[in-house]
Every structure is written in structure tokens, then in C-alpha cells.
Design a protein around this ligand. Structure first.
Ligand SMILES: *[C@@H]1O[C@H](CO)[C@@H](O)[C@H](O)[C@H]1NC(C)=O
Ligand SMILES: *[C@@H]1O[C@H](CO)[C@@H](O)[C@H](O)[C@H]1NC(C)=O
Ligand SMILES: *[C@@H]1O[C@H](CO)[C@@H](O)[C@H](O)[C@H]1NC(C)=O
Length: 188
């Protein structure tokens, strides 16, 4: 049944699982007081494939960070506008199963799969992501095709009452239909 609905929708707009999310760019803006030795970039693998690679060194641990996730979509005037997701949550509570923020859980699933931040708090030392992708199936099936930017900011709240901005990861995506392989040569 679901397959049938998908087949029908593909003609209209496509199911999210039939869409491809390709990372196009990443930059990491960090506070050098807390984080150094940062590299983060997207490696284009051609077609609709790419991988994110990231390394950084935490000078101060993350013990109880608030994570702020804000999604933007590029509009017809080539301007990024806030879109769909603008949330803040305590990452350690989410990781400990004490809170259930849907887009927070999606982020956590992705980090667990592709990074060494795959454990409970705190986070210390060298953090890295390898061959990371974000799957379109994490997003609602009604997500429009287009160009997106998600800004993920980390604010440390330890000790109690403080708020230290460690930095922001800016991750750029294109959501598109899968590219089809060109048909084998007609005689040239
Ligand atoms: C900084 O990064 C380089 C290359 O990834 C690594 O060899 C070095 O050990 C790192 N230094 C620190 C302090 O993490
Ligand atoms: C996003 O959320 C923050 C609070 O977490 C709020 O201050 C801001 O106005 C929101 N932005 C939009 C565009 O909704
Ligand atoms: C966490 O990530 C590291 C680095 O990728 C890996 O060596 C380790 O096995 C992972 N641990 C778990 C519990 O998945």
C-alpha cells in the first residue's frame, strides 16, 4: 500500500525516501577559547553522493550543552529563510533518554552512526566525523526540493548558570531527485 502511494506521489513530488540529500558544503566557526584544530569539509563523490569529514579538539569538555538547530531554505530570491526547524534542547538529557525532541533524536542517530561522539556526556578531546551523510528519509516526506542550510550551535551550560558558545556548524544541503545514470551510448 505504502509503495503504491509512493509510486503515485513520485509523479507529483516524490516520497522523501525517493529523494536524495546531498551535502554541498560545511564550515565550522568555533570559539578558539574552547575548540581548536578544526577541519570540516564536504568531499564530493560525484553524482548525488558526498561525505562530510570533520575533526576538532575540545580544549574544554562539553558537559551539559544546549544544542540549537535552525534550518533554513533558500527562497526564490536566493535568500536563506528560516524553515521548519528551530529548536533548542539539552543534548545530554536527550542522549540519556530523558527528553524526546524528534529532530534532536534524528541528529543524535546521525552522530552515533558517523562520529566518535557516540556515547553519553561528557565529550572531551578529539571529536571527529567520518564519511557522514544525512539521509533525506530523516525529513518529512513533504520536504520541498531545494537548497538548505542547517546551523547547529553548541552552548555549554556548565557550571550552572553560565552559557559559553563553543561554536556553530553550518551544514549546506541540496535536496533533489536521484540523478539517473545516462543510458549507454547510442552510436555517436
Ligand atoms: C590537530 O590535528 C592534527 C591533524 O588532524 C593532529 O595530527 C594533531 O594531533 C591535532 N592536535 C591536537 C591537539 O588535537
Ligand atoms: C528561533 O528560536 C529562538 C529561541 O530558541 C527565537 O529566539 C527565534 O526568534 C526563533 N527564530 C525564528 C525565525 O522563529
Ligand atoms: C564509537 O565510535 C568510535 C569511532 O568511530 C568506534 O571506534 C567505537 O566502536 C564506537 N562505539 C560504539 C559504542 O559504537
Amino acid at each position: 500500500m505504502i509503495v503504491l502511494i509512493c509510486l503515485l506521489l513520485v509523479f507529483a513530488r516524490g516520497c522523501a525516501s525517493d529523494l536524495v540529500l546531498k551535502s554541498t558544503k560545511m564550515d565550522c566557526k568555533v570559539n578558539p577559547k574552547y575548540v581548536d584544530n578544526v577541519t570540516c569539509y564536504v568531499k564530493d563523490l560525484g553524482g548525488d553522493k558526498s561525505h562530510v569529514q570533520m575533526d576538532c579538539h575540545l580544549i574544554e569538555p562539553l558537559r551539559n550543552p544546549i544544542v540549537h538547530i535552525k534550518l533554513h531554505k533558500k527562497d526564490y530570491n536566493d535568500q536563506y529563510k528560516p524553515f521548519l526547524v528551530n529548536i533548542s534542547f539539552k543534548a545530554c538529557d536527550l542522549i540519556a533518554g530523558k527528553s524526546f525532541i524528534p529532530y534532536g533524536l534524528v541528529m543524535w542517530r546521525t552522530l552515533k552512526k558517523f562520529t566518535n561522539a557516540n556515547h553519553s556526556c561528557p565529550f572531551t578531546g578529539h571529536l571527529f566525523a567520518r564519511d557522514m551523510v544525512f539521509e533525506a528519509s530523516n525529513l518529512p516526506s513533504s520536504i520541498p526540493l531545494g537548497v538548505y542550510w542547517v546551523a547547529i550551535t553548541f552552548l555549554e551550560t556548565y557550571p550552572e548558570g553560565s552559557k559559553a558558545n563553543y561554536g556553530t556548524v553550518n551544514w549546506y544541503w541540496e535536496i533533489m531527485r536521484p540523478k539517473r545514470k545516462h543510458k549507454k551510448n547510442k552510436t555517436a
